[in-house]
Write a protein that binds this ligand. Sequence first.
Ligand SMILES: *Cc1c(COP(=O)(O)O)cnc(C)c1O
Length: 219
Amino acid sequence: MIKDNLKKIKQNIPEHVTLVAVSKTKPIQDIEEAYAAGQRVFGENKIQEMATKYEALPKDIQWHMIGHLQRNKVKYMAHFVSLIHGVDNFKTLVEINKQAKKHDRVIHCLLQAKIAKEDTKFGLSFTGIKDILNSEEFMELDNVKVTGLMGMATFTDDTVQLNEEFSSLFNFFKEMSTKFPTLTTLSMGMSGDYQQAIANGSSMVRIGSSIFGVRNYIT
Ligand SMILES: *Cc1c(COP(=O)(O)O)cnc(C)c1O
């Protein structure tokens, strides 16, 4: 099942787009099944759940933290996390930098932009992102590297609205990546909207329910 779902999605996304298999709330066995089918990049939204899974599973898995971050828990993933998608304030970057330094690592991060019209989605304004990237305090953080931007669109079937939200982030990303060449990744698109996201320039999609089935509880 999981194997077939993965195969179907892989056929739907171009080769240059990275697939993050979102395994939050799903058991180890489901991840093992995806792993056996060749999947190596997995996304989780709770730091402790991700750390438990990291301990139990093969070490060539790349673990992406896609959820909203609790600063006091960054230390539990600093030794292994491969990419942090949801950074939406400068203080969190400072904490990631501090914890990364302890492990002599440089942790890659994406800044999360708020593109949805809903109040429930976290994220920085475009101005907020610019301010961070241009600040001297940011340039002093040697153990974090901002490698791109992340965004979540409104939960809607309205393709006009989705295209608007995704394209606004893509255009901003293009503008920023010419100024800051380390910005190479644009993470946008989930099970319900990844095709629109890719059509609008996404280079990384985060797909959960279309691979692993619907989740039993909301996180
Ligand atoms: C849960 C989650 C996803 C995956 O959602 P699906 O609709 O199951 O594909 C993607 N991104 C973030 C930030 C999430 O929390």
